[in-house]
Design a protein around this ligand. Structure first.
Ligand SMILES: C[S@@+](CC[C@H](N)C(=O)[O-])C[C@H]1O[C@@H](n2cnc3c(N)ncnc32)[C@H](O)[C@@H]1O
Length: 244
């Protein structure tokens, strides 16, 4: 079960990504011109998406992938082009609508099933891979670890996600952000240290069968994010029991 703080934050993010920031987010994720600051964010996000995709198999034919908090769906499209059966879910109906409008023709066997809802919904089924790019960065570290646990229970291969690293510079930028009027602010990004995240992951029972395989930092102007790969090293209890 998710926590009250997870539910509250998901509600704020729904308002933000479905209303407050739709225009900005639509533009940032398109080819339209953006400010110099946003161009650094776009470049950073492109590099991050490339990193996460490089950690997935080149041929994903028949593999199920959950794009958890898919936004306008750029990563889903690349995975489907590799043959993956993608479930792309987001709490923002508007962003899912944009993703569907922008969907290019996918040749080969890949496809994308777009859904509006919570990435932790068990009804989404089991996956070989889960990717949560910049969708858990607004949650508290305890909620991030719990969410990873819920996702991992349904994953047979890897859970790839990003977190905002806690650095001195980010703390300053974060403090500066608080000077903006409330209405202009995005829900705060919650920076975490690798040490505390590893500690929380170690104490999350559902992540017992997983190992912290690798991490990679992308730092591009105003974009700073760490990618982490958790990979399954022992079968889930369900699979150990022989049933699937
Ligand atoms: C910063 S955007 C990133 C979107 C996309 N992953 C990308 O990199 O382009 C974060 C997205 O996560 C979604 N999100 C946040 N919490 C979610 C949840 N619990 N379930 C599903 N989507 C969620 C938001 O609506 C938003 O579209």
């Amino acid at each position: 079960m998710a926590s009250a703080s997870y539910d509250a934050r998901r509600g704020e993010l729904t308002t933000y990504f479905d209303r407050t920031a739709v225009e900005a987010w639509s533009r940032l994720t398109s080819d339209a011109p953006v400010s110099k600051v946003r161009a650094t964010v776009r470049a950073g996000r492109d590099a991050m998406r490339a990193t996460l995709l490089s950690w997935l198999p080149a041929d994903m034919t028949g593999l199920r992938l959950l794009d958890a908090g898919c936004g306008t769906g750029a990563l889903s499209v690349e995975a489907a082009k590799r043959g993956a059966e993608v479930v792309a879910i987001d709490v923002s109906p508007t962003l899912i609508g944009l993703a569907q409008e922008r969907l290019p023709a996918i040749t080969g066997g890949g496809r994308i099933d777009f859904r509006v809802g919570d990435m932790l919904d068990p009804a989404l089924g089991r996956f070989e891979h889960v990717v949560a790019m910049d969708s858990l960065i607004h949650y508290q570290s305890a909620d991030i670890a719990r969410a990873l646990g819920r996702l991992a229970e349904r994953t047979d291969g890897s859970v790839l996600f990003t977190v905002a690293p806690r650095t001195a510079l980010l703390t300053v930028m974060h403090a500066a952000g608080k000077l903006f009027p409330r209405g202009d602010r995005s829900p705060a990004i919650v920076p975490v240290t690798e040490r505390s995240l590893k500690r929380r992951i170690a104490s999350e029972a559902a992540l017992d069968g997983f190992t912290w395989a690798k991490s990679h930092r992308v730092n591009s102007g105003f974009y700073l994010s760490n990618a982490v790969a958790l990979t399954r090293v022992s079968p889930s209890p369900r699979l150990r029991g022989g049933s699937r």
